[in-house]
Design a binder for this molecule. Structure first.
Ligand code: FES
Length: 264
């Protein structure tokens, strides 16, 4: 009886992994030792080290995983388990710009699904696929804690808020054409490899980049301003049997006030 063997990929790195060229290895090793020295236990440096190797090749290759395992005294299985758990680590060569469309609940109903469908059609790629010129990798992403600016698109983890199918199409066209694009907030855009190096814990040395990071936007701070009494009270639903806040404005169409809204 002839045995038929099927190749099944479980996402594990095939070993032995090819070595980095000597110059690359020496440079990465010096950087890795600097990162590892920041932690009381070396294995705690695994996440930044994965970003570091990603900054070299644009993704976490099996060479990168073997490098992390060796420097941290871990097994490649342990490194693989972490690298495949977090979605910020790419497992295959990808584009210069990672364009993530939030299709989690709030962004989806606010237009995220429509944006994702438009970009798939416009770029001719599916989820987690890269355009032929190697510029853009499209992916749908989960909530990025920016629901107050929904629907949100992220490029190399920088925010592009309140997007529409049209604005997102212009955005990817500009990226592909090499035109400068400005995130809605935060630091200026840089390449995926440069972003990975910053995430590994190395300083962003571009002039003004750190200052541009800024704070929360107005849509995020509205609750704080309400709490401080800097905004008029909104219409709220009071618990049953209570008439609501004594100072709350009455809605002329619902003179019984907020309590009356509850049964609407
Ligand atoms: S649902 Fe899109 S940022 Fe939260």
């Amino acid at each position: 009886m002839t045995e038929t063997r099927q190749e099944v990929s479980l996402g594990m790195p095939q070993l032995p992994a090819p070595a980095y060229p000597a110059e690359v290895r020496a440079r990465l090793e010096a950087d890795a030792k600097e990162v590892i020295a920041r932690y009381p236990g070396s294995r705690s440096a695994l996440l930044p080290l994965l970003h570091l190797v990603q900054s070299e090749e644009g993704y976490v290759s099996r060479t990168g995983m073997a490098f992390c395992a060796e420097l941290l005294g871990l097994t490649t299985a342990e490194v693989t388990a972490v690298a495949t758990f977090y979605t910020m680590y790419r497992r295959k060569p990808s584009g210069d710009y990672q364009v993530g469309v939030c299709t989690n609940t709030l962004c989806a109903v606010m237009g995220g699904d429509a944006i994702f469908d438009r970009l798939k059609e416009h770029l001719g790629v599916g989820n987690d696929e890269t355009t032929e010129d190697g510029k853009v990798t499209l992916e749908h992403i989960e909530c990025n804690a920016a629901c107050d600016f929904a629907p949100v698109v992220m490029v190399n983890w920088e925010f592009f808020d309140n997007q529409t199918p049209e604005s997102a199409t212009r955005l990817v066209d500009d990226l592909i054409a090499g035109r400068t694009v400005e995130p809605t907030r935060g630091a200026p855009l840089c390449s995926y490899k440069e972003t990975s190096r910053i995430l590994a814990g190395f300083p962003d040395e571009r002039p003004g980049a750190v200052e541009a990071s800024g704070g929360a936007g107005p849509a995020s701070l509205i609750g704080l301003r309400l709490a401080r009494g800097e905004e008029p009270y909104p219409r709220v639903v009071a618990p049953r049997g209570e008439s609501g806040h004594a100072d709350a404005p009455q809605d002329p169409e619902h003179p019984s006030g907020p309590t009356g809204e509850e049964g609407e």
